[in-house]
Structures are given as structure tokens and as C-alpha cells.
Ligand binder design. Structure first.
Ligand code: SF4
Ligand code: SF4
Length: 479
């Protein structure tokens, strides 16, 4: 496969492959919002006692995906805004709640595969699936043209597939077999760092005869593990149906839900960055109190916590009390509060940069100790074209930035903002500190809104036209 753009960012604080267990919490704070989900339909009442695996809320806009109780406990709905709080948390036997109401017609329409997909949704495993092109939650009863499974995580500081696979090879291969049983003849592509490695051979031997998986290796350059890039490189056209994609943790969740019939209540997430005392992976459940993680791992008194990786994550504000259901890692950076004294005359021996503008370009490759400091001031675009060089989508971020600056939305659309995969590399390499990624994301939202408004207006006009025709017809009839 041929890729373009991309760039590897060398930073200190990469998580170790170990997985540490966190102590059991007494209280869980389950956010009602995450990146893709908004659990607006509450299914429990104030003070209700629930078991682990019970449905607390649902996102009705996303195929009623459930927010499951990770442990038994008593529900508090009004205690913290935007959260369901579980008090007196206890580790009791998990209870897999399956709502059987819809099963008969699914079984009739789709048979065993439909029932399995429904179980994935109900037991919390479906949340690990993505539509490769849009990143949204795919329709669990839809027909994918292929499934892409990735064992890689190339964005700095995010949970690594190898850590998640540690001692779980059997679960992973069983998960692949279960994935195969959801399909008719569509292929499964397994993306690995090296398809000739011993590990790849182990997987091949395990699944031989049970699942037909095509192994694909890619260069270990960010963001070649992005699903939309992989789908394009594999020749899977958007017009030919959805492409489902899932990472290592998703395959493990499929195994848990379909082989063991157990709800997926625990996640392995990374905790990395230069603000932590030990970069590693931790096994936690959604709702785990962020303060407890902070007390154990974060040594910097003033630090910025990012939900996700350094390039695409979102800053966690003080209102976020617990981990959300989609969290894949926390990145912690020391927050620089003071300006660096005479920062502009520092030679930059310890700073890495896409341009060879610091003295560090004379050094061998090294990992930078990143902080939240900008190391410079924002300024207009200097047309260096670095953003275009690294852009894996093959678009021109600097040109789009100039269009957006002058409110030329149509031109930005013609420059194919829709192809942007939101990897954030353009913002990272820009020497003028322009946040190109946010600008492009905002413009995509604006364009989508405008298109929606046009569509609604067309529908309204059509409705008016029909009503007018009906009125005329009625008049003629009465005459
Ligand atoms: S324009 Fe989009 S795809 Fe290209 S580098 Fe920037 S964020 Fe990534
Ligand atoms: S990297 Fe920044 S300064 Fe360079 S061309 Fe792109 S937007 Fe302009």
C-alpha cells in the first residue's frame, strides 16, 4: 500500500506495555456524554439499586447504544451535573441484561448473525465499532463490505495494541472468529506492524480454518493506522457500502460478549505524557474517578489532562469527574504558567521541530519533553507548506486556512475539507502555531449544517408544491 504525508512525533512519556490494576472505587462518576455518544434517555431512577451490566441510560440517536453500570451500586442522578453517580459500589456477580423485545423480528430477518449483532449492542461491545469513513457508530444490523481490524495505535500516548493483547491471544483469535460469524463472505483485514513476525504466525495458526483474515502491514508512521486512510488504501470505496472498523480492544470485547455472554465493563487505557510519574496502561471501568488516577500517577501539581492522544484528544475540564465510556487514554502535560525568560533567544537544543530551525536538528533523533508551552507566538501563515507535506489526506491545509480566513466557505469545500481525517499533524508542524485542525473541523460542521438547511428548504418547497397541486386539483374537482 502506498501512503503519503504522515510524520512520527518523538515525545517522552510513551506508556510502557505493562497493565496495572487500579484499586476498586467506592463511587463511580459516569459522564452522560463522550465523543460520539450522548446518553439522553435515562433508564434508572434516583436511589435505585443496580447490578453490574444493568442499563443506566441509552443514546437514542445511536441505535440505542446503552450506558451500562460497570458495578453494582446505588444511582444518584442529581448529585453531579452531566453524570450518573453510582454510590456504594460493590463488585457483585455481573448480570448481562438482554432486552428480548426486538429479538424475534431480528432473528426472522437476519438469523443467527442478527442475534449476535444484537447481543454485541446490548452487552456494550458495539461501542468499540466505527464506520471507517465517518468515524461514527455503524448500524449493527447493516451489511458492511469489509471489516478492518487494527492492532496498532500510532498516535503518541494512546493505549497500545500489544499491551492489550498481552496474555489475551486466545481471546483475540476467538474474537476474530466471532467477527467472521457476523459476515457472509465479506473480508476481514487485520492490520499489523509486521505480517511476517512470530506473533502474526501465531495468530494465523490459531484462526486457521475458523476465520478468513487477510493480514496487512503498514509503515509505523502516524496516522497510517487511521481507518479512513486504511479503507482508501485497501480500495474499499465509500459508495460500495459501510466499512466497519475495530481496534484490538473491540475484538476482545466481541469475544467477551459472544463467547462468554458477559457485558464489557472494563477498559484498558493508557496513562502517559511528561506529567505522570510512570507511563503505563491501567485497567479501569468507565466512571472511574479521575481524581484517584491523578493522586496515583500525576506528579505535576499544575497539569493539563487530555482525554485521548496528544494530537486528537480533548482537554478535560474540572467538570469531568470520571472516565467516559470511549476513553482510550489520558495524556498529562505539565502546564506552563509563566513565560520562558528570553525564550526567543534559546537555541532549542532540547526542542524538536518539523523545520530544521532549532539547534536540535544537529542532534540524533531524540524524544522531546513536551509541555503546554507554545515556544513562540502565533503569526500569519508563512507559506512554508509543511502542513501540506505531512497531510495524509492530500489536501492543502494552508490554502483552506486562507479561504476560511476570508469566509470563502464554498472554496474551502471545493478544496475538499471533507477528506480531512482530523489527525492534527498540520497543526503540530505549523511554525506559525495556527490551529488548522480546529479550523477545518469547524468548517466541516458549518458546511454540513448549510447542506442540511438547503436539504430541509428543498423538502419544504417540495411539500408546498404538493399542497398547491392538491389544492388546485380539489378546486377543479369541485367545479
Ligand atoms: S488537514 Fe486534516 S488530514 Fe490533513 S494534516 Fe490536517 S488534520 Fe490531518
Ligand atoms: S505549516 Fe503553517 S505556516 Fe506553513 S504553510 Fe501551513 S499554515 Fe502556513
Amino acid at each position: 500500500m502506498k501512503f503519503r504525508g504522515g510524520h512520527n512525533i518523538l515525545l517522552q512519556g510513551r506508556p510502557e506495555g505493562m497493565i496495572k490494576l487500579m484499586p476498586e472505587p467506592e463511587v463511580l462518576y459516569l459522564p452522560l456524554r463522550s465523543r460520539r455518544f450522548s446518553f439522553g434517555e435515562l433508564c434508572v431512577e434516583e436511589g435505585q439499586q443496580v447490578n453490574g451490566g444493568d442499563v443506566l441510560a441509552r443514546d437514542l440517536d445511536n441505535y440505542s447504544v446503552p450506558l451500562l453500570a460497570p458495578r453494582a451500586g446505588r444511582v444518584r442522578l442529581t448529585e453531579r451535573e452531566g453524570h450518573i453517580v453510582l454510590e456504594d459500589v460493590a463488585r457483585l456477580a455481573e448480570h448481562a441484561e438482554i432486552d428480548d423485545e426486538d429479538l424475534p423480528h431480528i432473528a426472522q430477518e437476519m438469523g443467527a448473525s442478527g442475534i449476535k449483532r444484537y447481543r454485541l449492542l446490548t452487552l456494550g461491545a458495539w461501542q468499540f465499532f466505527y464506520d471507517a469513513y465517518s468515524g461514527s457508530l455503524p448500524d449493527p444490523l447493516g451489511r458492511p463490505q469489509a471489516i478492518i481490524v487494527s492492532t496498532l495505535s500510532l498516535e503518541p500516548f494512546l493505549a497500545r495494541g500489544d499491551a492489550q493483547l498481552h496474555n489475551r491471544l486466545l481471546n483475540f483469535t476467538r474474537g476474530l472468529e466471532q467477527l467472521q460469524s457476523l459476515l457472509e463472505y465479506q473480508p476481514i483485514y487485520l492490520v499489523m506492524p509486521d505480517i511476517k513476525s512470530e506473533f502474526a504466525n501465531l495468530i494465523r495458526n490459531h484462526i486457521r480454518g475458523y476465520a478468513s483474515v487477510k493480514m496487512v502491514s503498514i509503515p509505523l508512521t502516524y496516522p497510517y493506522d487511521d481507518f479512513s486512510i486504511l479503507a482508501r488504501r485497501l480500495g474499499l470505496k465509500r459508495s460500495e457500502g459501510p466499512v466497519w472498523s475495530v481496534r484490538t480492544e473491540g475484538v476482545l470485547a466481541v469475544d467477551r460478549a459472544l463467547t462468554l455472554s458477559k457485558p464489557c465493563l472494563v477498559r484498558i487505557i493508557s496513562i502517559g505524557g511528561t506529567g505522570v510519574n510512570y507511563s503505563t496502561h491501567i485497567s479501569v471501568m468507565p466512571g472511574y474517578p479521575i481524581q484517584r488516577i491523578r493522586d496515583k500517577y500525576i506528579f505535576e501539581p499544575v497539569s493539563r489532562i487530555i482525554n485521548g492522544g496528544i494530537l486528537t484528544g480533548e482537554r478535560l475540564g474540572p467538570e469531568a469527574l470520571g472516565l467516559d465510556t470511549e476513553c482510550r487514554g489520558l495524556t498529562v502535560l505539565p502546564e506552563l504558567q509563566d513565560r520562558e525568560f528570553l525564550g526567543f533567544i534559546r537555541p532549542g537544543w532540547d526542542r524538536s521541530c518539523y523545520a530544521a530551525c532549532y539547534l536540535s536538528s544537529l542532534r540524533d533523533k531524540f524524544r522531546e519533553r513536551l509541555s503546554t508551552g507554545l515556544h513562540g507566538e502565533g503569526r500569519p501563515c508563512v507559506s512554508c507548506n509543511f502542513c501540506e507535506d505531512v497531510c495524509p489526506a492530500g489536501i492543502t491545509p494552508h490554502l483552506i486556512h486562507k479561504y476560511l480566513y476570508r469566509d470563502l466557505i464554498e472554496e474551502a469545500e471545493q478544496a475538499r475539507v471533507d477528506l480531512c481525517i482530523e489527525c492534527g499533524l498540520c497543526s503540530y508542524v505549523c511554525p506559525s502555531k495556527i490551529d488548522l485542525r480546529s479550523q477545518i473541523i469547524d468548517s466541516k460542521v458549518l458546511i454540513a449544517k448549510e447542506k442540511e438547511e438547503i436539504r430541509k428548504e428543498q423538502l419544504r418547497q417540495e411539500e408546498l408544491r404538493k399542497q398547491e397541486e392538491a389544492r388546485k386539483q380539489a378546486e377543479e374537482n369541485s367545479k
